[in-house]
Design a protein. Structure first.
Length: 537
């Protein structure tokens, strides 16, 4: 959190888990992930620990298969929404700062330092010197100003636009010399550094408006060679990357493969070196397979059932709560996630996270109370609904089917409809009244603008709660981390009960690789996976 100097200004210092919870809860990844694998009898955690001691080698091309894509994807990092965009964005671009999802600490990237004044209305950002774009042009303050300002341009359609407009206006950012940026805000904003760490704020060259395979350049560890939307891309090593000695790989070849079994088989046969999440039952069965390595990234991707609160029957809060009570969370953790999850009460956080509301616990399966609430809402004979799902991300169909089974006892009759992966995000997500989706474990206050805000880009529930804006406003005005946590916990407690999300468990993401691949780590919530330090032997 910021600390003041004698002049009353505030400078950055890394926030640690000790700052957040004073050592009370311990590290989520080590605790939750370790206990999960121990209960499965697996050895993946030990394998990863041993792998971390292997000396990196230079060279080789990584064959990568991703599953989460959309026909509408672009190369513009400001519009990233699916894995193929997030992963590629993390290879081509850098942000000013990065946020560590293990303890939510901030770290320098293209910014060497950042400091705010006493009331968080002005920031000074010092840039790292000697950084070049892929085309050889030097990184300057003008590039950073352009990248920040374009978030406000409605033509860009940035996923961060709503958040940026909370405290930024055209002209807020200006260059003060070649390597210094001054940001004057329209209101106090202690959370601005976290916005600057989001992938949408990746730094692009000044004046860039077209993002094509031939014009897209960044400062990241890899350069773009080829790209075909929702199909494939290839990148090659940036030999002038600013982090000395990195990346280790010569290149990465990505193809989209939406079938979990095919991705897993591809690792076994050597077609792929690394693949995005496989289904959980296969991951569990693979833990003892010495020919592959399961990488269950902590704070992974939680599957979500979305209810559109702007239309009946979900416009009635009694119906929404009834649907939540009809979810058997313990069953989902075992039947859907094969133990790679911990139950939660409809929040994209594990109960061990410091921002999780104290005392909230895990919502009990209560079909009888659900029946009572449905009757109160005018559905005494029960209710018929259609739930859409897809194999675009593993376990979403299994979640839909499991929910249909457990909800039947509450009089909720669910017809599940599976949609083609290629058009799911364009024709189902944010369109249908009831469907499955996913969310990565977020920096919790971020979701108050990213998902839960009235005008949020991804307000799936289509619900407006004044308490959300009020809480985030208070969070932005204080640099007291304990106060920020308390405020977040308070509004999350409300969201758990009334928001149009059913989230039965916080999951670990079981990516799979060959034993020859090392240095791959989860990188939520920015780029899904971190490959800058990946290497093959």
């Amino acid at each position: 959190m910021p600390r003041s100097d004698d002049a009353g200004n505030y400078s950055h210092s890394a926030l640690t888990r000790r700052d957040l919870v004073k050592g009370a809860t311990g590290l989520v990844a080590a605790g939750a992930l370790g206990s999960t694998l121990e209960s499965l009898g697996g050895t993946a955690l030990g394998a990863q620990t041993a792998a971390s001691a292997v000396v990196p080698t230079q060279g080789g091309t990584l064959a990568l298969a991703l599953t989460d894509t959309a026909a509408s994807e672009t190369l513009d990092p400001a519009t990233a929404a699916v894995s193929t965009q997030f992963v590629l964005g993390g290879l081509l671009f850098n942000t000013l700062l990065t946020a560590d999802s293990a303890d939510w600490s901030l770290h320098p990237s293209l910014a060497e330092s950042w400091e705010a004044n006493h009331n968080f209305t002005r920031y000074q950002i010092k840039l790292r010197r000697g950084v070049q774009f892929h085309n050889g042009a030097p990184l300057t303050a003008a590039d950073v100003v352009w990248s920040i300002e374009r978030q406000l341009d409605p033509k860009v359609k940035s996923a961060a636009a709503v958040r940026a407009k909370m405290s930024l206006a055209p002209g807020s950012a200006r260059a003060s010399g070649p390597d210094t940026v001054i940001v004057n805000l329209t209101r106090p904003d202690s959370q601005l550094p976290y916005l600057l760490a989001r992938p949408f704020l990746a730094i692009v060259p000044h004046g860039q408006t077209a993002f094509t395979p031939s014009t897209t350049v960044g400062t990241g560890p890899f350069k773009l060679d080829t790209w075909q939307a929702a199909t494939s891309w290839k990148v090659s090593r940036n030999s002038h990357y600013w982090e000395s000695g990195l990346p280790y790989l010569d290149g990465i070849d990505m193809v989209v493969n939406s079938e979990s079994a095919a991705r897993l088989e591809g690792v076994v046969t050597g077609q792929f070196d690394l693949v995005e999440e496989v289904d959980y039952s296969s991951a569990k069965a693979s833990l003892s397979n010495g020919s592959i390595r399961v990488l269950p990234f902590a704070k992974g991707i939680s599957r979500v059932i979305v209810m559109d609160c702007s239309v009946k029957p979900f416009s009635d809060p009694n119906v929404r709560l009834a649907f939540k009570l009809a979810m058997n969370r313990e069953l989902a953790v075992n039947a859907v996630y094969s133990g790679f999850a911990v139950p939660t009460s409809d929040l994209p956080l594990p109960p061990t996270d410091p921002y999780y509301p104290p005392g909230l616990g895990v919502r009990a399966y209560d079909p009888q109370r659900a029946k009572h609430l449905l009757a109160k809402a005018g559905y005494a004979s029960g209710i018929d609904v259609e739930m859409f799902t897809s194999t675009v991300v593993s376990a979403m169909p299994e979640l839909a089917v499991t929910y249909a089974q457990t909800a039947a006892a509450a009089g909720i009759r669910v017809k599940t409809t599976q949609w083609a992966p290629a058009t799911y995000w364009d024709q189902v997500w944010l369109v249908k009244p009831l469907y499955t989706t996913y969310w990565e474990t977020p920096y919790p206050p971020d979701y108050l603008w990213y998902v839960y805000g009235a005008h949020a880009t991804y307000n799936e529930a289509k619900l407006t709660l004044p308490q959300v804006a009020k809480a985030y406003d208070s969070i932005m005005r204080t640099g007291d981390k304990a106060k920020q946590i308390q405020l977040t916990q308070g509004v999350y407690r409300l969201l758990a009960d009334v928001w149009g999300h059913i989230i039965p468990g916080d999951t670990k993401s079981p990516w799979v690789s060959t034993p020859r691949v090392y240095g791959v780590t989860g990188d939520q919530p920015a780029t899904r996976v971190q490959l800058t330090r990946a290497f093959k032997r």
